[in-house]
Design a protein around this ligand. Sequence first.
Ligand SMILES: Nc1nc2c(c(=O)[nH]1)N[C@@H](CN(C=O)c1ccc(C(=O)N[C@@H](CCC(=O)O)C(=O)O)cc1)CN2
Length: 287
Amino acid sequence: MCADIIDGNTIASKIRAELRIRAQALAAQDIQPGLAVILVGDDPASCIYVRNKAKACKESGIHSEVYNFPGETPQDVVLEHIQTLNANPKIHGILVQLPLPPHFESRRIIAAISVEKDVDGFHPCNVGALVTGHALFYPCTPYGVMMMLKEHSVLIEGQHAVVVGRSNIVGKPMSLMLLENGATVTICTSKTRDLAMYTQTADILVVATGKPCMITADMVKTGATVIDVGINRTATGSLCGDVDFATVKEKAGLITPVPGGVGPMTITMLMSNTIEAAERAIHANAF
Ligand SMILES: Nc1nc2c(c(=O)[nH]1)N[C@@H](CN(C=O)c1ccc(C(=O)N[C@@H](CCC(=O)O)C(=O)O)cc1)CN2
């Protein structure tokens, strides 16, 4: 068996074309969706992601503002800036690029963002709403994965989904979204004892551990859908995922590559959440 590839770039392009139409409809009402991105420090990967977010905004008809604070900025300065953005009617979405420098309490920073502008879906109220099945915004990476599964008509209801990873950004929200869609969900970590025993029974396997190539073909059920959320840089500077793509693709039914899989979907779903936030702001102002 050789898996079909789930191409994140193709799916992202299709969604972005739909988003441009929604942005044009807003423009016809004199509204331009606005996204503020806060970056603290100069982590090279974060700088690239923020630059790509600003570029994606431009292509999608979204106004963007990037605030790059030096790494040694006191937390209170950033908290105060978030309050200013919360009150700015031109800004519909606010995100703080993660990770933050060690002297920051990410929890306090994220909680300072207005719930209605939390386009990353990381605010504790949005996380709680996700748990109860009423999320205002889905976190962008798992939202992107769900769109990929939908695009390939992958059956979720009644299927066994195994999520390897328990981060707040991917593993936990991913598990909740699969559960909400009727999957039987098992959450594992890279340290789970006899991990293969769980992954071998997965109809849908989502891996987000940050451990290069840790999922090998013997750990995957024949015909499974394998979603690799990992982005790891190798010694030679190239990228690889958490799944050993070369061997697993010979056994899986569907598989995402790295790069070009889940990654491009993350920024696309951020654009989607920002446009959604602007559309909601119109309705909120109508009453
Ligand atoms: N506030 C947030 N911080 C972080 C998030 C997030 O969703 N919100 N996620 C990640 C980083 N991230 C977006 O911020 C992100 C990661 C990867 C990609 C991507 O397109 N990856 C490409 C490869 C890019 C490369 O060459 O390095 C791919 O997989 O094809 C986009 C966004 C952590 N922080």
